[in-house]
Design a protein around this ligand. Structure first.
Ligand SMILES: [Zn+2]
Length: 184
């Protein structure tokens, strides 16, 4: 995995990018939750399911079909007041898809482990992105207080946090400018 901080950060940044107006608390909590949800598959190690299995770590729960199912369920069940399949509804579903899928994409940019089964359950091939600048994060807390943990944070700050904050800053400035433009 990439570190949990970075999965959460991406969820928050994407949330800010798609929602210029104030969003309810459950939008944020569910967004953060969805960004970490795929890694609940680490319990399969305990269950004796091998890493490379479809249900193993970085398998189905990291796939795009899984992200699609989660996003539709969240939009349908947690935002019942938003008219179903309206423009706003699709933005919500799109956001939760993006956040859940971003987990696998970030993992596919890491230097270690097996790849991500992006198309599971239809195809269980594991993929990495061609560009993998992120140092793979240790599973568990202990590994974090080490040189390894330091390298993880450094690579994520450089390749994810800085570019994302830059893009988000530009988007926010652009929105402000649009709002300030006098009506002709
Ligand atoms: Zn993961």
């Amino acid at each position: 995995m990439a570190s949990a901080f970075t999965h959460l950060f991406v969820a928050a940044a994407l949330g800010k990018a798609v929602s210029p107006e104030k969003m309810p608390l459950r939008f944020w909590t569910l967004g953060l939750f969805c960004s970490l949800l795929p890694d609940l598959d680490v319990i399969t190690f305990r269950l004796g399911i091998p890493y490379r299995h479809m249900l193993g770590h970085r398998g189905f729960s990291h796939s795009l079909p899984f992200a699609l199912i989660v996003s539709l369920l969240v939009a349908l069940l947690a935002f019942r007041k938003v008219p179903r399949f309206s423009g706003k509804w699709w933005v919500l579903a799109g956001y939760f898809f993006g956040v859940t899928a971003s987990h696998g994409v970030l993992d596919a940019m890491t230097s270690g482990g097996y790849g991500i089964a992006f198309f599971s359950p239809f195809d269980n091939t594991r993929y990495f992105l061609p560009w993998r600048p992120l140092v793979v994060s240790p599973i568990g807390v202990y590994g974090f207080f080490s040189r390894w943990g330091f390298e993880v944070i450094l690579s994520e700050l450089l390749w994810i946090w800085m570019p994302a904050l830059l893009l988000l800053g530009m988007l926010i400035l652009y929105r402000r400018k649009l709002r300030r433009r006098p009506v002709p």
